[in-house]
Design a protein around this ligand. Structure first.
Ligand SMILES: [Cu+2]
Length: 183
């Protein structure tokens, strides 16, 4: 019972630790003009449980918008608006989310971010399933111990030599007995 619950605890723990990543949007460039967010986002893998952190100055804002508003830089009907940096956005579900800056014409200048959020279970389940795959590779390692059966021959030789020793001792004793009888 106890070992089983420990295993369950570890299984629950590892995906959680794997998923919880905080991404500083734009890296060192932050949330600003002159940063290519397509390139930045393309180098990340976002999963449910991760979060985005927008770092910016007072000349910018963070607006979550629909896909259509993202494409057209329409700032008129945001899903949410934030203007107090840093802004943290939790990625709580699978899907694509869109963010733009609503100040000036920054969105038109490329200050817009599309984030594809994948299932944490798939990402977290990946490593565990690949781990079982390794146990599948366990048979080879079992073969290795079989190869390690090479040592037993060494032990066998040892046993053989010791039994040989026994024979020698036996012969010596027999010789002594024979000699003793003769004497
Ligand atoms: Cu801006």
């Amino acid at each position: 019972m106890a070992p089983t619950s420990i295993v369950f605890f570890l299984l629950l723990l590892s995906p959680a630790a794997y998923a919880a990543t905080r991404y500083d949007v734009g890296g060192t460039g932050g949330w600003n003009t002159g940063v290519n967010y397509d390139d930045w986002a393309g180098n990340q893998k976002f999963v449910v449980g991760d979060s985005l952190v927008f770092n910016y100055d007072a000349t910018h804002s963070v607006e979550e918008v629909t896909e259509n508003d993202y494409k057209n830089c329409n700032k008129g009907s945001p899903i949410s608006t934030q203007s107090n940096s840093p802004t943290t956005i939790a990625l709580t579900a699978v899907g694509t989310r869109y963010f733009i800056c609503a100040r000036s014409n920054h969105c038109e200048q490329g200050m817009k971010l599309e984030v594809d959020v994948e299932a944490a279970a798939a990402g977290g389940g990946g490593p565990p399933s690949s781990t079982p795959a390794t146990p599948g590779g366990a048979p080879p390692s079992t073969n290795t111990p079989a190869a390690a059966v090479t040592p037993p021959p060494a032990g066998y030789n040892g046993a053989a030599s010791s039994s040989r020793g026994g024979v020698v001792v036996g012969l010596a004793i027999g010789l002594v007995v024979v000699l003793g009888l003769r004497g």
